[in-house]
Ligand binder design. Structure first.
Ligand SMILES: [Zn+2]
Length: 330
C-alpha cells in the first residue's frame, strides 16, 4: 500500500513537473502583425529527446558523457579543425506532390544556412543591429559551409506527419535516411498541429538522425503559401543548431540552463518580435536575447548565434559529429 501511494505521489509530481516545465511561453509579440497561419514557433526537438531518453537509458548516458567532455573542451584551438568545415546535406521532399518544393527553393534554404552559420546574414550588416547588449564582434561565425549533396523526392499518400519519425521511414510513408552517419539528412514534409520542425541531438539512432522542417517554413520562397512569420528559412537554422547539440535558449524550463556561458537566462520562449527593452524576470533581470536562433521568435527577428554557442557546437562537432564534416567538399 505504501509502495502504491509513493508511486502515485511520484506520478503526480512528474505530471506536475511536466506541466510546469513544458510549453513555457512568454506573452508573445508586442508586435502582433506577425501572427500568421500558425500561432507561433513550435519545435519538438526537446520532446523527442525526452522520449528517446525514457525509452533507452543509454541515450541519457551518452549525453551525460558528451556533456562532461563538452565542459572540458577548450574551444576551437584545442581540436576542432581550423578553417571552414563543409557539411553535405541530403534533402528529402516527402509530400503528396513530391515536386511541390522546387530545386530553387531547396537551394534558397541552403543559402540561408550558409549565411546564418557564417555571420553573413543581412541583419548583422547593420552595425546598429539590436543584440540585447551582446557585442556584435562576439556574434559567432561558425565557419560551416552547407552544400546540397542529394535530393530525394518521395511521393507519399500520407498527408501530414508528426514528431514520431514516420517521415524518416519508407515503411510508414516517409523516406529512409541516406548515409546519415556522414551526411546531414533534412526531411521536408507537412507537419501536423502547427509543428514547424524538430531535430535529433547527437548520439541517437542513425536511422533517424537529422532534422525535419515543415514545407511551409522551408526556404525563402515557394509556389504555395508559406507561413508568413516563418518564410525566411530560420526554422532549419534553429533545427540544425539542435543537431549540433544546442539547446533552446531558455533551457526548456523557466530560467533554465542552455549549457552555454554567454547567453542570458530567459523566463521561457519568446514569440513574435519582442521589444528591444524586453528583460528577463530571472536572476539579474538581464535583457533577453530573443534574436538568438535558439529562441522561438519569428524568422525576421532571429539573427545570431553567440560565441559560446559556437564553442558548444565546435565541441559537438569534434566529439560526436566529426564524420559529417570535412575541409573540402566531398
Ligand atoms: Zn527547438
Amino acid at each position: 500500500m505504501k509502495k502504491v501511494t509513493l508511486a502515485s505521489l511520484i506520478t503526480v509530481f512528474i505530471v506536475f513537473a511536466c506541466q510546469k516545465n513544458d510549453g513555457i511561453k512568454e506573452t508573445p509579440a508586442e508586435d502582433v502583425s506577425s501572427t500568421s497561419e500558425v500561432s507561433g514557433r513550435q519545435c519538438a526537438a526537446d520532446e523527442v529527446l525526452q522520449k528517446q531518453i525514457a525509452e533507452d537509458p543509454q541515450r541519457a548516458a551518452f549525453l551525460d558523457e558528451l556533456e562532461k567532455q563538452t565542459r572540458l573542451y577548450n574551444g576551437r584551438s584545442a581540436s576542432r579543425l581550423a578553417g571552414t568545415l563543409y557539411l553535405p546535406v541530403v534533402v528529402h521532399i516527402v509530400h503528396t506532390n513530391a515536386n511541390i518544393v522546387t530545386d530553387l527553393q531547396i537551394q534558397s534554404q541552403i543559402d540561408v544556412l550558409n549565411k546564418d552559420f557564417n555571420k553573413t546574414n543581412s541583419e548583422l550588416a547593420n552595425s546598429g543591429v539590436y543584440l540585447a547588449g551582446y557585442n556584435l564582434a562576439n556574434v559567432a561565425n561558425c565557419d560551416i559551409q552547407f552544400y546540397l549533396k542529394q535530393t530525394v523526392r518521395k511521393q507519399t499518400t500520407v498527408t501530414s506527419f508528426g514528431s514520431n519519425d514516420a517521415v524518416k521511414k519508407s515503411s510508414s510513408g516517409g523516406s529512409d535516411a541516406v548515409s546519415s552517419t556522414t551526411m546531414l539528412n533534412l526531411w521536408v514534409c507537412d507537419l501536423s498541429s502547427g509543428l514547424l520542425g524538430y531535430a535529433q541531438f547527437p548520439g541517437g539512432s542513425s536511422a533517424t538522425d537529422g532534422v525535419v522542417v515543415d514545407y511551409q517554413a522551408f526556404g525563402t520562397s515557394a509556389s504555395y503559401p508559406m507561413y508568413a512569420a516563418f518564410n525566411l528559412g530560420r526554422t532549419a537554422t534553429h533545427e540544425v543548431g539542435h543537431w549540433i547539440n544546442l539547446r533552446h535558449i531558455w533551457g526548456d524550463r523557466r530560467c533554465g540552463d542552455d549549457l552555454v556561458g554567454d547567453t542570458p537566462a530567459h523566463d521561457g520562449s519568446n514569440g513574435g518580435c519582442p521589444t528591444t527593452t524586453h528583460t528577463s524576470k530571472c536572476t539579474g533581470k538581464p535583457l533577453e536575447q530573443w534574436m538568438n536562433y535558439m529562441d522561438y521568435t519569428d524568422d525576421r527577428c532571429m539573427y545570431m548565434f553567440s560565441g559560446g554557442q559556437k564553442t558548444r557546437m565546435d565541441a559537438a562537432i569534434d566529439l560526436s559529429r566529426k564524420a559529417y564534416f570535412s575541409t573540402t567538399k566531398i
